[in-house]
Design a protein around this ligand. Sequence first.
Ligand SMILES: [Zn+2]
Length: 74
Amino acid sequence: MTILENASCPKCGLRMESGYIYPTRDIKWTDHNKRKFTTLGDEILVDSVFIMKKLVSYRCRNCRIVTFEYESSK
Ligand SMILES: [Zn+2]
């Protein structure tokens, strides 16, 4: 992965600092915030198989926003 030199915060527009994020559990994506009893069917962005894999990330400390690049598409 290439580290972006000019990633900007989607909220305030300032330059974000680069670093790495590493999950200890799966990171999943869904397009709604309805309460569910299972996460089946939700998209896995980062599989816990990659538990120690550090993902390129960008952070805005002011807005407390982190973006990261993921590899899994299950
Ligand atoms: Zn910001």
